[in-house]
Design a binder for this molecule. Structure first.
Ligand code: ZN
Length: 335
């Protein structure tokens, strides 16, 4: 995975370098800075104290961050005594990449980093698994599916795959056995997998140990199938209180639009309920176990795509909307 992104970024930079190739000449030296235990990055060095200090300070502010993955490169355009230096910083967060570029204008004559800087932050969020660019200025929502999987889930996955969109599935423990292949397929399609407890009991009636056990049994079964644990928890019936919150070691995800698909098995009804209230940052509750729900997706997805909506997983939605998540915190939408 890291190799893929490295190739992607280096090829992008290579193209940029080609574009400016004829306008440049080598006037700067390279120095190295320690990025982490075994990676160094090269950075330009002018042998001019003020400029060099400025650049070192700037780069150090990044190398001190604890990123899973950080890739920094630079590009420059030299025009007589002015130099335009651009740093490209790519930070990885899960499967997303944030690109930040900083433009530094340097007057070489005055020995100053007279520094008209411009920083474009979070300009691009690149989902390199689905090869999709997420535009944080456009609306986004998260579809969530509870109580599955069952035989109908494949139909839902077929539609999501067809439109190349992601969703979040809150898996019910009693439905895991016999549906391992479906869960594996979800994971392969980069759907987010959450924990919907083992047996759909009303949690307020359970003892602490029973609640923990409801979660743990699902965690362990899912781990055995996809080799990682569910990232989020949705309690049965969306029920929570102070005690339940203290027992759940992950973010608790509720919803703000209930399609009531379990009640009205009509794809048109589900479609209307979504379209009536939908807005940026919504978390929509559906159930992948019903045929009408799958059919409604063929109405909902094309319409929302046409209206400019982007479909993300719940974790991505919270991330893009800069919502700080914590264990035991309850989230029903992202705004
Ligand atoms: Zn449920």
């Amino acid at each position: 995975m890291k190799k893929n992104i490295f190739l992607l970024l280096t090829s992008t930079l290579f193209i940029l370098m080609l574009m400016y190739f004829y306008e440049r000449r080598e006037i700067i030296l390279n120095k190295e800075i320690l990025l982490n235990e075994n990676t160094y990055i090269e950075y330009p060095y002018f042998n001019k104290k003020e400029i060099d200090n400025y650049i070192t300070t700037y780069l150090n502010s990044y190398t001190k961050k604890q990123n899973d993955y950080l890739f920094i490169d630079y590009d420059y355009i030299n025009e007589s005594n002015r130099l335009n230096l651009i740093f490209y910083i790519y930070e990885e967060n899960g499967i997303l990449v944030k690109e930040t570029s900083k433009n530094i204008n340097i007057n070489l004559e005055e020995d100053k980093a007279k520094i008209n800087t411009s920083i474009s932050k979070k300009k691009k969020e690149y989902d390199y698994i689905q090869n999709k660019m997420i535009d944080i200025n456009k609306p986004m929502i998260a579809l969530t599916f509870d109580d599955g999987p069952n035989h109908n889930t494949s139909k839902v996955l077929n539609i999501l795959e067809k439109y190349n969109i992601k969703a979040t599935f809150f898996i019910l423990g009693t439905n895991i056995k016999g549906n391992e292949k479906t869960i594996k397929r979800m994971d392969n399609l980069n759907m987010e997998i959450g924990n919907h407890m083992f047996s759909h009991k009303l949690l307020t009636k359970l003892k602490n140990e029973e609640i923990k056990n409801e979660i743990k049994k699902v965690d362990d079964s899912i781990f055995n199938i996809i080799n990682h644990y569910p990232t989020l928890v949705r309690p049965s019936y969306g029920t929570y209180n102070k005690r339940i919150k203290s027992l759940i070691d992950r973010p608790i995800i509720i919803w703000n639009i209930d399609t009531l698909d379990w009640k009205y098995h009509s794809s048109k009804n589900i479609y209307k309920r979504v379209m009536k209230d939908v807005s940026d940052g919504d978390i929509i509750l559906m159930h992948d176990i019903y045929s009408a729900t799958a059919n409604s997706l063929e109405l909902i997805i094309p319409k929302l795509l046409k209206d400019g909506y982007q479909f993300t997983t719940v974790s991505e939605l919270l991330y893009y909307k800069n919502i700080k998540i914590e264990k035991g915190g309850v989230y029903s939408r992202a705004r």
